[in-house]
Design a binder for this molecule. Structure first.
Ligand SMILES: Cc1cc2nc3c(=O)[nH]c(=O)nc-3n(C[C@H](O)[C@H](O)[C@H](O)COP(=O)(O)OP(=O)(O)OC[C@H]3O[C@@H](n4cnc5c(N)ncnc54)[C@H](O)[C@@H]3O)c2cc1C
Length: 462
């Protein structure tokens, strides 16, 4: 039996970051992980592999649609699917091995196997029981299921199956127009699949700025994806090679059937806490299966903390990482801080979508007086040079104080551009602060400055 200051359960972005921060703060740390590799959902079957496939398929799209426009002539590359999967697996390997290296560097013990908590202060892995003054649960999440839809990870798949299909399907039906459904749907659409997205609600990407929702749907339609909105999937029927998706339109209750070679179920994720023994320990859970914590990520059982997808809040890797660092700092006797008002969200379609802070709908609901500074990428020279003028930056600021309240971007590099607004919001900056900051030309970030200028005396290039 070994004894630790902290044992972290789960080595996803929440858990591995928490373990590294604990070790950096001088705490003797171990991390339990049941998978064969470190990095959790994010590195193995989430953020990283999906971005590799998005990148490869985007390159193909550029070759097919934009190369000739730039005077680059010749045959477009064809898809070597096993080759693309090998590239994706190589990217995963580089990243998971990177975390292994960081564990060694920081002298963190990787306890291999599935962990449980037989009592506060103890973690069991296999037959071994280890002592821990503090335990951080970072057990993550799994794909949510849908009644009537049986996942076999071959014909009816979750995102995990969709990242390793044996071939590019001719017809792909995606259930759910959230971030994961749109990202993976756009990968296969670019690779030649006929992609239909079925969504229960009337808008894609629930919770995002309404104008962004409309624009992203329009742009994805232009790229060949079809959408059936306001439709409730009733069931799927799968054979060995095909599936049928039965759905009902909410507006008139009419029933319809779609044929598919593969069905991707992308209706969200739910916390994964199986086998930890939380019920016996008396750890309080929410109705949605999330572990409840206080403001310092501690559960109702002293010395047991929880972070990431397993607790409340947006299921995002960077939110899990921030909580991992903060929980480690709290355990080490420091303050530990996460600003939940400034957590960016990004969709890595092309163009990218990025958002932070409040939407207009939220501000209206709160009855808050605000102003809008909007700038189209059509007025940005750099965006025009790369055929990416479709899209905009929308900055929302308090009408009286000019303090930045939110930002919503659809356009080139949106996922990177959003961070200057995040920093500005962290510092409580005004739109004028952003507008007065010199931005290099020609960059996409000039569009952010122009949106800030539009909150004041006006943008220059619109
Ligand atoms: C297809 C897809 C794409 C995504 N893309 C993005 C993106 O672009 N950006 C973004 O921010 N987020 C993205 N996400 C979400 C992101 O992956 C999660 O928010 C993030 O991984 C959560 O981190 P975590 O540490 O809480 O849990 P996880 O990453 O889920 O890690 C939990 C780990 O704990 C292990 N574990 C669980 N129980 C035990 C146990 N009892 N004993 C030992 N080990 C255990 C699991 O094996 C797992 O490895 C994506 C998700 C998916 C599915």
């Amino acid at each position: 039996m070994a004894s630790y200051d902290v044992i972290v359960i789960g080595a996803g972005p929440g858990g591995y970051v928490a373990a590294i921060r604990c070790a950096q703060l001088g705490l003797k740390t171990a991390c339990v992980e049941g998978r064969d590799t470190l990095g959790g959902t994010c590195l193995n079957v989430g953020c990283i592999p999906s971005k590799a496939l998005l990148h490869a398929s985007h390159m193909l799209h550029e070759a097919e649609h934009n190369f000739a426009k730039m005077g680059l002539k010749g045959k477009s590359p064809s898809v070597d699917w096993p080759g693309m999967l090998a590239y994706k697996d190589d990217v995963i390997g580089q990243n998971t091995k990177g975390v292994e290296f960081l564990f060694k560097k920081n002298k963190i013990d990787w306890l291999k196997g599935w962990g449980s908590i037989p009592e506060a202060g103890k973690v069991k892995v296999g037959d071994e029981v280890h002592e821990a003054k503090n335990i951080i649960i970072a057990s993550g999440s799994e794909a949510a299921s849908l009644p009537g839809v049986e996942v076999d990870e071959k014909i009816v798949v979750t995102s995990t199956g969709a990242l390793e299909l044996p071939k590019v399907p001719k017809k792909l039906v995606v259930i759910g127009a959230g971030v994961i459904g749109l990202e993976l749907g756009s990968v296969y659409a670019r690779l030649g699949s006929e992609v239909t997205v079925i969504e229960y609600l009337d808008a894609v990407t629930p919770g995002m700025d309404a104008e962004v929702q409309k624009t992203v749907q329009r742009m994805l339609k232009k790229q060949g994806m079809s959408f059936i909105m306001g439709a409730a999937v009733q069931k799927t029927e799968a054979t060995k090679t095909k599936a049928k998706v039965h759905y009902k339109l909410r507006k008139d209750d009419s029933e319809h059937v779609l044929d598919a070679d593969v069905v991707l179920v992308a209706t969200g994720r739910k916390p994964y806490t199986d086998g930890l023994g939380l019920e016996a320990l008396g750890v309080e859970m929410s109705q949605r299966g999330q572990i409840k914590t206080d403001d310092h990520w501690q559960t109702n059982v002293k010395g047991i903390y929880a972070i990431g997808d397993a607790i409340d809040g947006p299921m995002l890797a960077h939110k899990a990482e921030d909580e991992g660092m903060a929980a480690a700092e709290v355990i080490a006797g420091k303050a530990g801080h996460v600003n939940y008002g400034v957590i960016p969200g990004v969709i890595y379609t092309h163009p990218e979508v990025a958002t932070v802070g409040k939407t207009e709908d939220q501000l209206k609901e709160e009855g808050r007086a605000y102003k809008v500074g909007k700038f189209s990428f059509m007025g940005n020279g750099r965006a025009k040079a790369v055929f990416a003028g479709d899209g905009f930056v929308k900055l929302l600021a308090d009408k009286d104080t000019d303090r930045i309240l939110g930002c919503h971007i659809i356009g080139p590099g949106a996922g990177d551009l959003i961070h200057e607004v995040c920093v500005a919001m962290e510092f409580g900056a005004s739109a004028e602060d952003l507008a007065m900051t010199c931005h290099a030309h020609p960059t996409y970030s000039e569009a952010v400055r122009e949106a800030a200028l539009a909150c004041g005396d006006g943008a220059i290039h619109s």
